[in-house]
Structure formats: structure tokens, C-alpha cells
Design a protein around this ligand. Sequence first.
Ligand SMILES: [Zn+2]
Length: 367
Amino acid sequence: MRYSRHMIMPEVGRPGQQRLNSAKVLCIGAGGLGSPAAMYLAAAGIGKLGLVDFDEVDLSNLQRQILHGTKDVGRKKLQSAEERLRDLNPNVEVESFDCRLSSANALEIVSDYDVVVDGSDNFPTRYLSNDVCVFAKKPNVYGSVFRFDGQSTVFAPHLGGPCYRCLFPEPPPPGSVPNCAQAGVLGVLPGIIGTIQASEAIKLILGAGEPLIGRLLYFDALKMKFREFNLRRDPQCPVCGDSPTITKPIDYEQFCGVSMNEIPTVSVRELKQKLDARENFQLIDVREPLEYELANIDGARLIPLGELPERLGELDRETLTIVHCHSGQRSAQAVRLMRDAGFAKVFNLEGGIARWSDEIDSDVPQY
Ligand SMILES: [Zn+2]
């Protein structure tokens, strides 16, 4: 009864449903993309569903991560995900991996599954999941979202297509990508892309239709348009090419665009002392104007990171300078940029305005 709408279709039928019921799919991440993907896969009766996640549910997740509810805020995402999926379909075995995917565990986790759905949101995990899927010859159903845009494809060199490294051989250098910075995303968007990922996983298991192998589907929600690009395997690819140079899993640094080690910092407490003592220094906010409207620190001057290079002339190179953003990533890039431009005394506010709101001034709204 549960699967009757599948079984009456000639492309699925009883044999197809049996294939789904004995298939194993690994979802990397139980967040925006992983939520709809895991829910539709569970509903479809996938035999075993693996979930890899180490995070806890945050209130700001609920705008898009529909596996989790308001009652789950503060709990492990794996806990709420498991509950939701078991309720949706108790016949599905859910296997939870409470960890970050790393070079030490990735190959072992992936090798037990038939298909991988990558719902990760960072470069280290994306490269790692790509590489281990190439090694283990598992199709890797890729998805990513950014503001109003999303994309999906299936990486499967063993089935004739390219892998992620055929397109981007190496992760971007630290500092070049304002990636984890609060770019924002339309809440529905991971719903659309994650659902496409679930469809592709199901098609691969059924052997039905034409998978997104060698094709990148690009979605623009503002224009409400899908476009398609052909992708080709690169014979020079470092991992799936004819003479690969990468033959085992690699851990890239868990950075958000910049290596934080050599960036000098001040704490929110130190900033508070300096403000209270009316010390002479410049406080620069490198977030976007919309974020500034949501919340700001009194006395901070707004210069969005993108405008900073042209506007350095407005600032005094000799005065002590403290830079902040939302959580400290973009401001770390700003500090590096200003040091390179000859600012001698420039510091990053550790934890950004988020920590300022947490520890110093709760009247400053969290976002
Ligand atoms: Zn490749």
C-alpha cells in the first residue's frame, strides 16, 4: 500500500520498488539539501539511509532545514532527523554518523553505500566526498545553493562522466572566496535542489531515465529558469584522470575562505573596555548594508568587504583599527588585506557581532 503509486508505474513496478527497498544511500549533511533529500528518499522506501552530521539545530536553520522543528533547537541534527525519518517511514533503516567527514573515516563510511548525496556546504567536505566516491566508484549526487541560485549534477567517472575535480582541480586558495560569509539563501532553494538530488539518486537505483551525468543543471529562482551545461571528464584530472596524482583521501583545512592562524585578534571584552575608556581607534564593520540595518555596534563605520580595497584611503593607517563582521571570517580577510596595504595596527574582532550580542550587549539583535 505504501508504495502502490510507485508500483503501478511500468518504470518502477515491483522489481523497481524492491531495488529501492534494498538500496543504500548516504546523505552527507542533514541541513538544507539533506533535509528534503533524506525525507523523499525515506518516503520512497530506500532500504538504508546513512546520515553524516555533527551539528546542532540552530533557530536560523529552520527557515530551510525542514527535517528539524522548533522543539529541536539545541538538539543534535542527527537526533531530530532520525525521529522525523522513522516517523515518515519506519521500514527504513537509518544509520547515523555523528562526525565530520574526514580522511580517516570517509572511505569506510562511503564504501557501504550504493549512492552518495552530497549536501555539504564547504569545500573540504565537498572535495573529500568527491575523491572517496571516485576511489570507491560510487555515484556522487552533487547539489549547491547560493542566494537565489542552485545547481546539481551527478559525478560518476566510472559511468562515463566527470568528477568535481575535472571542473575544479584544487580548492580555492584561502582568502579568495567569501564563501561561508553570510551570503544568505532563499529558504525554498535547497528544497528544490535537494529534491532534484533525491530524484537523481532514485533514478540511479532504478536504472531509469537519463541521469545528470555529464550535465550540470543550473537553476535561477528569480528568473524561474533552468539551464543545462555539458560537462566533460578531464583526462588530466588529478583524481579521475588517466594518471591520477591524488590516490588517497585528503583533509583540507576547515577554513571559511581564510586561514585564521596568523590573524591578530581582540576579544569582545577588550573592545568593550576600549569603547568605555573612549580610546582613540577606528572600528570598521565590513558586513553588507542589510546586515548593518539588522544589527550594529555603536560607533562602527560600515565599509562592506567588497568596497574595502577602493576605500582604504578613507582610513588612517597609523591609528589602531579593529575590524568586525558577523562571526569573524570576512573581517579576517579584511585584516589581511589591510595589513598587506600597510596598516600597522589592525585587529580582527573575534566572534564578530554575533559574540558581541552574546556576551556584551544583548540589545544587539542576533541574526
Ligand atoms: Zn575528475
